[in-house]
Every structure is written in C-alpha cells, then in structure tokens.
Design a protein around this ligand. Structure first.
Ligand SMILES: Cc1cc2nc3c(=O)[nH]c(=O)nc-3n(C[C@H](O)[C@H](O)[C@H](O)COP(=O)(O)OP(=O)(O)OC[C@H]3O[C@@H](n4cnc5c(N)ncnc54)[C@H](O)[C@@H]3O)c2cc1C
Length: 440
C-alpha cells in the first residue's frame, strides 16, 4: 500500500486568466496559493497528479526548528506559527500539533553536536533542552533501556502528511481560487521577456506571474526555460505500522529509527537519511556538484537502480507544448519501496522499541527527495522570464517549512518585503563555486 493520502475534487475547468499560476500541488504550492489568495489575487493551482501525492504525503511530518541549518531556522520558526494560523484561517484540521520532539542517543559525538546546536538555538530564541542520562531514559522509557543523553524540543511538532496539502488546496478553492488536478503545466510562453501564459494539457492560462513548486520535476521544467537548476533526487523509504503502542512519544528519534505518530494513531517508521541514489540524466549532469554532499553522507546513502532514468523527472529532453510530456506519462512519482531498506527499518525500529514487534505493517512507500548540492531550497525570483519565482529543492526539509516557504514565495510574487528570511536561498548561490553543505 502506498502512503495514505486524502483525495479532493478539482475545480472543473482551468480559467482563461489568473493573476498567478502556481505549478505543483505539494505543500509548498498549496501554501503559496493560499497566501496569494489571502492577499486577494486570483490564483490557479496546477497539479499533474493528485494534490500532495508526491513528497508531501510520503514524509514523516516533522515540523522542526531543532537541528536546522542556521540559514533555514527563521523560516522553520515562522512556519510553526503559520501552521497554526492556516488552521485557524481555513478551519481545516491539518493535524499540526506542537507535541514536542524527543531525541535519544548513546553516541558521545552525536550528543556533543546536539549540545552545540542547542546553544545556538537558544541564542536564536528556540526553546530546546539537552537531556541528561536520567531525563533521556525517562522520556525514552518505552525503549526499556538506559540512554546516555538526548534532546527535548518542546515547541516543535508534527502535522498530518495524509491530509495537510489536500485540505489547504480545498481551502484555496473555498476562498475563490481554482485547483486543477491531472493537469500538467507543459510550459510557459513569454512576450517581450515577460511571462504571458502557462500552457497546460487542459488549455492555456493567460498570466503574468508563475511560481514553480514542482518538487522533483523542477529541474527539468526549468531546463525547458533555459534555466540551470542543479538538482538530484534521492529515494528514501518509510513504512507505517497499524495503530497501537500508545506510550511511544509522538515524535521520537534515535540513530536506530525515527518514529512518528500519524493522525490515525499509526506510526511512521524510518531511519534518518538512509536512502538510495538513483542515477537520472539530470543528476549525472550535475554529479560533480553533489560529490561533497554524497561523500559527507556516504554511510547512509547507497547506489540505487536505473529505473529513475526512465521515470521522467530529471530528463535532459526538451518537450513540445502541443504533445504529452513525461509529466503526463508519470502522473505520480511512486518509486517502489526498497525491500532491503524497509526490512532494515523494521528490524531497527523493533529493536529500538520492542513493543512494536506485535504491530503489523500498514503500508510501505518511497519518495524522491528533491535535493540541491548544499541541501537548502531555492526560493527566488528566477533569472528567466520576468514574473517567474522558483520554490523548490527542499532537500528533505520542505514539509515542516512549507508554510514559511509559501509565504516567502507569495511575497516575492507580490514584490513585498517578506518577514521570512531568504538570505542564502537564491538560485545564483548554486552556480557560484562550491556551496556549503547544510549541517543539522
Ligand atoms: C521519506 C521522506 C521523509 C521526509 N520527512 C520530512 C519531515 O519529516 N519534515 C520535513 O519538513 N520534510 C520531510 N521530507 C521532505 C518533504 O516531504 C518535502 O521537502 C516537501 O514535501 C516538498 O514539498 P513540495 O511541495 O516542494 O514538493 P512535492 O510534495 O513533491 O510536490 C511537487 C508537486 O508538483 C507537481 N508537479 C511538478 N511539476 C509539475 C508540472 N509541470 N505541472 C503540474 N504539476 C507538477 C508534482 O506532481 C508534485 O505533486 C521528507 C521526504 C521524504 C521522501
């Protein structure tokens, strides 16, 4: 069974015109559309498959400041408040809760790294607390073992991966925007160097502003516009267990496994950063830029298979706007979960929390994480036609930060000064020498 996902209906027909077209109905695209609509602009949100069906329903649901790279911390902090605000303004239950995050470890070097971040985080105003052996063993009591230490991040939380993006999209429609599923945006037409329209498989929408929030597809979409967007997709697997084990903290992390309580009471299981690198034409092209990141994570990244060569994202091909594109042949990227990885996650999670042994597996899935060479997103007015904004390359951190990213992308479209910090998220940084790989 793939990752659970709530489905919603679409607006019947794409409009002839819109102030802004948002391409991509993941969490970033729906939040962008929501903020644009809130500001009174007419918005068409275009999704080639189902809202939320790619990364945004396949992740763990963590919304955290803890251990964030300094360049993304401001957005992460703002996003926590925005999750609450969107829930209040839409009346939709997105499953967001500041349940707190529990980290435990026996590894002295890991604990030192966490302590360093806690000092930095507290100086930046984040509530975070190192746990000594007694406190970590107490918070991690469900493991039945004594831990050397840990971290408690009381104001961080989780949201519902199965319904957050669809519910926000539904709110966009209720507020007067339009949402179009099974509708690929094939390309952008320009007039005098400015965006004039978006060509979709269901017709052309006249517009002067476009946000590309296409996740794993952004790099190949940008290529059609002559924009180089260095991106490689990393295939991460996860699974869920049937509801049970109520004593497990709602968001619980160790090197062995990361456990997250889902909205239905089930648990998502994963091992942090454990993933496969599947070559694609685009990632081979940019391989040298990714070497530092791959080398830094060589203990958790391993070579995958060649299937992604043919799954359409990250193609080097140019496509015609009057014919079906790879996006229509691959409506939803649904890579097969890696059997060895799933078995390893299950085994490690059950050794981490022995009471999980009796819970049957509910679902298993994989997702392609859209990664940049430095592990940070690009949210920027692009160097292509005037009116284009990119919001992509979230490198495994875009669900929790989705609301802040959407707010920033919407502000960029409207030419407003944003309250969300954007320094270090420009596309140009990825073309200037070697970018600094994001730390924790
Ligand atoms: C296993 C796993 C665990 C993760 N855990 C976390 C976590 O705990 N916390 C966290 O913050 N992040 C996590 N992430 C990362 C997070 O899921 C992503 O960063 C985030 O969902 C990205 O959202 P997005 O909207 O940019 O992309 P996506 O959700 O991938 O959405 C992009 C959408 O654009 C559509 N699209 C693309 N091109 C076109 C086009 N031309 N026309 C129409 N539609 C198009 C696609 O169909 C897709 O639906 C995890 C990811 C994975 C895979």
């Amino acid at each position: 069974m793939p990752a659970p996902l709530m489905t919603i209906a679409s607006t019947p027909e794409p409009p002839a015109t819109a102030d802004v077209v948002v391409i991509g109905g993941g969490i970033v695209g729906v939040c962008t559309a929501w903020f644009l609509r809130q500001a009174g602009l007419s918005v068409a949100l275009i999704e080639k498959g189902r809202i939320g069906a790619e990364q945004s329903s396949r992740n763990w649901g963590w919304c955290r400041q803890q251990n964030r790279d300094a360049r993304l911390l401001g957005m992460a902090t703002a996003s926590l408040t925005l999750w609450e605000q969107i829930m209040a303004d839409t009346g939709e239950d997105l499953g967001f809760r500041r349940c707190g995050l529990v980290y435990v470890s026996d590894d002295e070097a890991e604990l030192e790294g966490w302590a360093k971040w806690c000092d930095f985080g507290r100086a930046a105003g984040v509530e975070t607390q190192m746990l000594g052996a007694d406190a970590a063993s107490d918070r991690g009591g469900v493991t039945g073992k004594r831990w050397r230490g840990g971290v408690w991040a009381p104001t961080d939380g989780i949201a519902d991966t199965a319904s957050a993006a669809p519910r926000i999209a539904r709110a966009v429609m209720a507020a007067g925007g339009s949402v179009h599923q099974f509708c690929a945006a094939r390309g952008i037409e320009t007039e005098a160097g400015r965006i004039a329209s978006v060509v979709t498989e269901s017709g052309t929408i006249r517009t002067q502003a476009v946000v590309v929030a296409g996740g794993a597809w952004t790099s190949s979409f940008c290529r059609q516009l002559g924009i180089s967007f260095p991106q490689a997709t990393i295939r991460a697997s996860a699974l869920s267990l049937m509801p049970g084990a109520p004593d497990v903290p709602d968001a619980f992390h160790s090197k062995e496994a990361t456990l997250t309580r889902r909205a239905d009471g089930a648990l998502t299981l994963a091992v942090s950063q454990l993933a496969r690198v599947d070559p694609t034409p685009q990632s081979l092209r940019y391989a040298w830029r990714f070497l530092p990141m791959f080398l830094a994570r060589r203990d958790v990244l391993s070579a995958g298979d060649l299937r992604a060569m043919f799954s359409g994202q990250e193609t080097l091909r140019h496509w015609a706007m009057d014919k079906p594109t790879p996006m229509e042949r691959h409506r939803i990227l649904d890579p097969r979960p890696d059997a060895d990885t799933v078995a390893r996650i299950l085994d490690q999670a059950r050794r981490f929390v022995p009471q999980l042994t009796t819970l049957p597996v509910q679902a298993a899935w994989s997702g392609f994480i859209d990664s940049t060479p430095d592990g940070l997103p690009v949210i920027d007015a692009a160097p292509g036609p005037e009116g284009l904004v990119l919001a992509s390359g979230f490198s495994g951190q875009g669900f929790g930060t989705g609301p802040g990213a959407g707010r920033l992308a919407a502000d960029l479209v409207m030419g407003r000064t944003s309250t969300i910090p954007s320094a270090g998220l420009e596309l140009a940084r990825l073309h200037r020498g070697r970018a600094k790989v994001a730390g924790m």
